[in-house]
Design a protein around this ligand. Structure first.
Ligand code: 13P
Length: 250
């Protein structure tokens, strides 16, 4: 069975002292839990400036460190951007790519996401590639096609289960308190698995995360859906207690 992965996407939240406190709290909960009981992997993705602070706070706890974006190039004249190699250099093991907020705020298209994922792989990072339909697309019956197109465009050739995670985040469920039904998530994750198998030899081992309004109250239900191998958590990951409760539901 695939080991579940629970990722906290802190987005553009926290300041240095709150980031440190949150990371220490999560790190000590994970470190204090016996290996038998912690049958899940845990990762936090703070804003860029706090990566080193959070990295220190979770050092030795077993919690992994991830970033929220990277540039496709390894370095050079790209003001304001961060290379995947820099993230690896400061202790990140993963990077979230193609989040719907980046697709919306920064006009990121599938090709850019795929190039960034290639950069992540080049630097030895796991690419957590986000896909998901808008509400209008779902209402128009296009959700499955949109996700298939995003997978085909965003997942680079040569991706394998060890270096790639897919996060299905329906845009209309992010930060809204609304979630798809368990049946809808099962349908979509089965569909995503099938689409991945057209490109990857080991698609059955790629971890598929669900994201969008995951809370302690719905985590058991969402995480028990077939083909859901973990969660990408936004708002609830800013509370150590809630994030921990979600992780323990996996
Ligand atoms: P919320 O959990 O706040 O809905 O955010 C989900 C998300 O976008 C995680 O990447």
């Amino acid at each position: 069975m695939t080991r579940p992965l629970i990722v906290g996407n802190w987005k553009m939240n926290t300041l240095r002292h709150t980031a440190m406190a949150l990371a220490q709290d999560i790190g000590s909960r994970y470190a204090d839990t016996s290996a038998d009981e912690r049958g899940f992997d845990l990762m936090v993705c703070p804003p860029f400036p706090y990566l080193p602070t959070v990295g220190e706070a979770i050092a030795g706890s077993g919690v992994a460190l991830g970033a929220q974006d990277c540039h496709a190039a390894g370095g050079g004249a790209h003001t304001g951007d961060v290379a995947a190699e820099m993230l690896a250099d400061i202790g990140c093991t993963a990077v979230i790519l193609g989040h719907s907020e980046r697709r919306t705020d920064h006009g990121e298209i599938d090709l850019a996401v795929s190039e960034k994922a290639r950069a992540a792989h080049r630097a030895g990072l796991i690419a957590i590639i986000c896909i998901g339909e808008t509400e209008a697309e779902r209402d128009a019956g296009q959700a499955a096609d949109i996700c298939a197109r995003q997978i085909a465009g965003s997942v680079p050739k040569g991706a394998v289960a060890e270096d790639t995670v897919i996060a299905y985040e329906p845009v209309w469920a992010i930060g809204t308190g609304r979630t798809p039904t368990a049946a809808d998530v099962a349908d979509m994750h089965g569909h995503i698995r099938g689409e991945l198998s057209r490109f990857l030899d080991d698609a059955d081992r790629v971890r598929l995360l669900y994201g969008g309004s995951v809370k302690p109250g719905n985590a058991i239900q969402l995480l028990s859906v077939p083909n859901v191998d973990g969660a990408l958590v936004g708002g609830a990951s800013l509370s150590a207690e809630d994030f921990w409760a979600i992780a323990q539901s996996s």
